[in-house]
Write a protein that binds this ligand. Structure first.
Ligand SMILES: *[C@@H]1O[C@H](CO)[C@@H](O)[C@H](O)[C@H]1NC(C)=O
Ligand SMILES: *[C@@H]1O[C@H](CO)[C@@H](O)[C@H](O)[C@H]1NC(C)=O
Ligand SMILES: *[C@@H]1O[C@H](CO)[C@@H](O)[C@H](O)[C@H]1NC(C)=O
Ligand SMILES: *[C@@H]1O[C@H](CO)[C@@H](O)[C@H](O)[C@H]1NC(C)=O
Ligand SMILES: *[C@@H]1O[C@H](CO)[C@@H](O)[C@H](O)[C@H]1NC(C)=O
Ligand SMILES: *[C@@H]1O[C@H](CO)[C@@H](O)[C@H](O)[C@H]1NC(C)=O
Ligand SMILES: *[C@@H]1O[C@H](CO)[C@@H](O)[C@H](O)[C@H]1NC(C)=O
Length: 867
């Protein structure tokens, strides 16, 4: 038990007196301190813990931080000794890491990322009675989206904490116009604990629930605090321009209000190749229908579905009249999937269409044109990616931004990213999930309302240098343009800006002049300002833009950009894709090193990422099916766990037993008909299921041949050829002919049984059954059994995803129930939707009959008979 997960071991001590942690490590203080000055946010997360055990224990520190942030500092303080993280060039750090790994030392890393976040995770062994403080700092520029800046804080202390505190101070020189706080875990009891206020330039949010307020219920020792805590705010926009100047650096925020939207001309280029089949194409259709419904009547649009063949809905862009929108909706319904991915053809068609529309004047002169492409695959072999890059750029000529939405992980994201960036757009990953359609719509909403085109921002000539990007194709409603730079003329008194852009009716110019001394003075005496925030903001923007440019550069240009970005990352101590942070930690009287790296979206793969969001809807059932594969849904983790039980035919296993409600479910194994001498090679399946409800005095026996209901001494039999519903005093039995049945016991326990018929009577396979828990919420907290024990949430953590023996299935370390297990990413089938083929459910597979995950060992669940 040397390697105990700090957070976990405490949350598992449910049966201890509340809040008293007599064994192991106790976290007694967590503080999340956020300071925002002019959208630039610095967050310091501090966690303090003590080892209350009489032996040394491993303490873990996990933080999920926004992907857009850079880590800037990390320190551990153990009994007064400080272990700082040092930011170094990546190669250098990497070599040390390899050295550490090859000498068998452990290395902590920033883990694979989620949709919005990436995970920083470090562990250290601390002596008995020792204290440790972890402190992590990260910084980012908050981006305006849909009219709000959003500070996203992931909260998950995993245990009750004596002092837990979120404290956010916002300082905005333009004045704060509104401030909201949302928390996915904030219930009515916690709502009054959230304190927020703003006035003038300052805003404040605090949240410090007492230990009792953190409890999931009166006596519980589990914590309510798990989820997202989001602060959203906006600033006053009395002037379209806001200039801020501190210590020789300036920043310019541009977001004029009261502009009239421009009509837009949008071509949707839709991949409907074979790999889009199933949910992807379904969700694409769903999203497109909503999107075309949301078009403005003065917009023009067209649809270009492509696979190996490219087709078009209309020959030319058409106006989004209600008739056309209706027709488009009907057309979208007919889009099905097949063929390969002729992405080149799809894009060429779309660009040509826009070019023609502009030449012929089919679209208004004052309008914003854009291309939105959705694909889930690699471009096909016919045209090389180099050819696509070349042809697209040549044809677009910078006239329309190209937005690439990449569906899932089976795609060449860096290609899509580069292609979009070369053409004034951006790429976005769409995560394959139940909300994919919403993600697509969400992206469209960001670009739905163009307000300006061809925006250029100019500053006092000859007085500035190191300017960040200062020309933008489009300006969309709800966003903001930020430009920063250095003032090199020390004698300058007045700083001027001139913004030129095309608006809906005419060309616009927005000018502003700032008195440098006055502007600086106005900001000087604000205590929330951390030192040189404009310089940091400028560095953040510059590094991001250099890294972006680097994706489309080659040769000397690329090495030049890399060198510049690296130099700045080191100077400003940002952990970027070019740098790493080396953390030295004491282990067994010698110092060991761990590395923190920044994950890069383009390198994200299903293998390293799947556990965070490969989360199909179907994992809502805890089930056992196949030979027998158990799937444990973990909805709070948006993931699933799975394991097999290998036992001989004839064995009866207990799946659910709830002494309070009197519900029991057992299943008897059958084998393949071919007998083998080696018992380990048997495939076994459930051939008989018994469901008992003592309170209703009912027993239900299900085999692939018949279904028998015993009501006291009365007996009723059905076959799988029957179809219908039996409903009587709190009990419902619904049989779907040759397919499945559903049983409801009382108001809140619902099970489904799937009939698998061996479709070829080859003499080997027998018919068998699958069992699914559809709803278990009325069962008591005492429910147990191979499935029943998982009706109460359990916590687990996945660390160090690494290649396993099968290249398709990475291994990882799982910390669950105080055990450290090696698990493998895999898939199991759920047959509730498709009885013949099933649906793949990605899950972490626990080896050796679920050892370490299930309570006790699997033999504890063997019972003598079905009832
Ligand atoms: C540590 O504590 C446990 C029980 O809390 C006790 O059994 C054990 O003897 C103690 N070990 C030492 C070295 O004091
Ligand atoms: C990092 O944080 C530690 C602890 O707060 C602090 O002492 C140190 O100065 C910080 N380092 C930098 C480079 O800011
Ligand atoms: C819950 O707390 C009350 C006192 O507040 C105590 O009387 C009761 O025994 C506790 N229940 C359990 C299950 O610990
Ligand atoms: C907002 O725009 C409308 C029309 O573009 C104009 O009439 C009105 O005066 C503007 N209001 C402000 C406050 O600028
Ligand atoms: C544009 O004009 C050309 C000829 O001038 C014609 O062939 C084409 O169909 C027109 N396209 C559109 C989009 O109107
Ligand atoms: C990058 O190139 C520019 C000129 O193209 C040069 O001035 C600059 O010094 C180069 N930077 C590095 C780090 O080599
Ligand atoms: C079982 O029998 C009792 C008494 O005969 C009857 O009230 C009840 O509805 C029956 N239940 C079912 C599910 O048929």
């Amino acid at each position: 038990m040397r390697c105990l997960r700090l957070f976990l071991c405490l949350s598992l001590q449910k049966r201890n007196a509340a809040g008293v942690h007599t064994k192991g490590i106790e976290i007694y203080w967590v503080k999340i301190d956020c300071r925002v000055t002019s959208r630039f946010s610095r967050n310091v997360i501090t966690s303090r813990a003590v080892n209350r055990a009489n032996v040394s224990k491993e303490a873990f520190f996990d933080v999920e931080l926004p992907k857009t942030a850079f880590i800037t500092n990390f320190t551990m303080t153990i009994d007064g000794v400080i272990y700082p993280g040092i930011i170094k060039e990546k190669e250098v750090a990497q070599k040390q890491y390899q050295k550490a790994v090859s000498s068998g030392q452990t290395a902590g890393l920033v883990k694979a990322s989620g949709r919005k976040t990436e995970k920083f995770s470090v562990s250290v062994n601390i002596a008995a009675a020792s204290k440790i403080t972890f402190e992590l700092t990260y910084e980012e520029l908050l981006k305006r989206n849909f009219g709000k800046y959003e500070m996203f804080i992931k909260v998950n202390p995993k245990q009750l904490v004596n002092k837990f505190e979120i404290d956010a101070h916002i300082f905005e020189p333009q004045g704060i116009s509104d401030l909201e706080v949302e928390g996915t875990f904030i219930n009515n009891d916690l709502l009054p604990v959230v304190k927020k206020s703003f006035s003038g330039k300052r805003g404040h949010v605090s949240f410090s629930p007492t230990i009792d307020q953190q409890r999931t219920c009166g006596n519980c020792t589990t914590s309510l605090l798990q989820g997202d805590f989001v602060i959203k705010y906006d600033v006053n926009r009395d002037s379209p321009n806001n200039l801020q100047i501190v210590n020789g650096y300036f920043v310019h925020f541009f977001a004029p209000k009261n502009l009239t939207r421009l009509p837009k001309n949008v071509v949707f280029v839709i991949d409907h190749s074979g790999s889009m089949c199933g949910r992807k194409i379904q969700q694409t259709r769903e999203a497109l229908i909503k999107i075309v419904e949301d078009l403005n009547p003065d917009d023009h649009f067209n649809l270009v579905p492509f696979e190996s063949r490219v087709s078009t809905w209309k020959d030319t862009l058409v106006k989004a009249t209600p008739e056309n929108v209706n027709e488009a909706k009907q057309f979208i319904q007919t889009i099905t999937c097949s063929g390969s991915t002729n992405l080149h053809g799809g894009l060429m068609t779309a660009i040509e269409m826009l070019n023609k529309a502009h030449q012929n004047g089919t679209v208004p002169a004052r309008s914003a044109s854009l291309i939105i492409m959705l694909t889930d695959g690699h471009p096909d072999g016919c045209k090389s990616t180099a050819r696509i890059h070349h042809d697209v750029q040549e044809k677009i000529q910078g006239k329309y931004p190209l937005y690439n939405l990449g569906f899932g992980y089976d795609l060449d994201y860096s290609f899509l990213d580069k292609l979009a960036k070369e053409n004034n757009g951006l790429a976005r990953r769409i995560y394959e999930d139940s909300d994919s359609a919403l993600q697509l719509q969400g992206f469209y909403d960001e670009v739905a309302n163009p307000l300006l085109t061809e925006v250029t921002l100019e500053y006092s000539e000859n007085a500035i240098s190191d300017l960040t990007q200062n020309s933008f194709k489009h300006f969309y409603d709800g966003s903001e343009i930020v430009v920063a730079g250095r003032i090199i003329d020390n004698d300058l008194n007045f700083f001027t800006t001139e913004v030129k852009a095309h608006g809906a009716f005419d060309d616009l110019t927005f000018s502003e002049q700032a008195d440098i001394e006055e502007t600086a003075k106005a900001l000087e005496d604000q205590k929330y300002i951390f030192e040189d925030y404009i310089e940091k903001l400028w560095a953040y923007l510059t590094i991001n833009q250099l890294l972006e440019k680097r994706t489309t550069a080659t040769g000397y240009e690329k090495s030049n950009l890399t060198a510049e970005a690296l130099e700045m990352s080191l100077k400003y101590k940002f952990v970027t894709p070019l740098t790493s942070m080396v953390v030295t930690k004491p282990e067994d009287n010698e110092d060991k090193e761990a590395i923190a790296d920044k994950p890069v979206e383009a390198e994200a793969t299903r293998a390293s990422q799947s556990y965070t969001y490969q989360s199909p809807q179907t994992t809502t059932y805890t089930s056992v099916d196949g030979d027998p594969h158990f799937i444990i849904a973990m909805p709070q983790k948006e993931d699933a766990l799975c394991f097999n039980i290998n036992e001989d035919p004839g064995t009866v296993l207990n799946l659910i037993r709830d002494p309070v409600t009197g519900v029991t479910v057992n299943g008897e194994l059958i084998g393949d008909e071919r007998t083998s001498n080696d018992a380990a090679l048997h495939n076994t399946y459930f051939g008989r299921l018994g469901i008992v409800n003592v309170q209703l005095n009912l027993k239900l026996e299900i085999t692939p041949k018949k279904i028998t209901l015993y009501n006291g001494s009365k007996q009723m039999s059905f076959t799988w050829l029957d179809e219908g519903t039996l409903r009587n005093s709190g009990f419902t039995l619904k049989i779907i002919k040759k397919r499945s049945l559903e049983v409801s016991l009382g108001a809140g326990a619902r099970f489904m049984v799937i009939l698998h018929q061996a479709w070829r009577k080859n003499g080997v396979h027998q018919d068998f059954l699958g069992f699914y828990t559809v709803d278990s919420h009325r069962l008591s907290e005492h429910a147990h059994g191979l499935l029943g024990q998982f009706f109460h949430p359990i916590d687990f953590d996945i660390l160090e995803v690494h290649p396993g023996s099968d290249p398709q299935k990475p291994d990882a370390t799982m910390i669950v129930k105080n055990n450290q297990l090696t698990v493998t990413r895999g898939w199991q089938k759920d047959y509730t939707e498709d009885v013949r083929h099933g649906t793949n459910v990605p899950c972490w597979f626990i080896h050796n009959n679920g050892e370490g995950l299930i309570d006790g060992t699997y033999t504890d669940y063997i019972v003598s008979s079905l009832f």
